[in-house]
Design a protein around this ligand. Structure first.
Ligand code: SF4
Length: 174
């Protein structure tokens, strides 16, 4: 199991988050270059599709009459944690964890500020960890685009060349 990309039951550190964001950027760039918008191949056998219990939605306090301090909201959060743990176990057996996380972040970046509102588990990563990595991924992605376009370039040229090479070689950590 690639330890560096799967958070499962613990919170990821800043350096792990940075490392993972760079790898995911390479996947994202590779997909863009090949005009591939769905990183997971059509027809792939995915544990989440085989298991109807997959989808750990985050409860919204507004849906509970007593708000965030109500017992009902507390119970919903507890259920969410159980569902999320279940979903992460499913993802652990999936061969497309990296692609799944890269896709969730790429789509999120296009739709909102880093896709921070996304529900559920993607690639074994829950919402909180995706919030952490989503911001890093998005700023790296923006820096890369600026560098490629020849405008302001906060990312060193060497970094761009290396990420580009990784993207050409395919998924670099397999
Ligand atoms: S990694 Fe993604 S595709 Fe695989 S089981 Fe988890 S959510 Fe489904």
């Amino acid at each position: 199991m690639p330890e560096d990309l799967v958070e499962f039951d613990r919170e990821i550190t800043d350096s792990e988050s940075e490392k993972a964001a760079r790898k995911l950027l390479a996947v994202h760039i590779r997909a863009k270059k090949h005009h591939v918008y769905t990183l997971i191949p059509a027809g792939a056998t995915l544990p989440c599709l085989e298991n109807v219990v997959h989808f750990s939605s985050w409860p919204n306090p507004k849906d509970f009459s007593g708000g965030a301090n109500s017992t009902e909201y507390g119970s919903a959060l507890a259920i969410h944690e159980i569902e999320e743990a279940h979903d992460k176990k499913l993802c652990a057996g999936c061969p497309f964890r990296v692609e799944c996380l890269a896709q969730a972040l790429s789509v999120g970046a296009a739709n909102s500020a880093g896709g921070l509102d996304d529900e559920g588990v993607f690639g074994g990563w829950g919402r909180k960890s995706r919030q952490k990595i989503g911001a890093k991924f998005d700023s790296l992605r923006r820096a890369y685009v600026r560098g490629v376009e020849g405008g302001e370039n906060p990312m060193p040229a060497d970094d761009i060349a290396r990420i580009d090479a990784e993207a050409k070689e395919g998924v670099p950590w397999r």
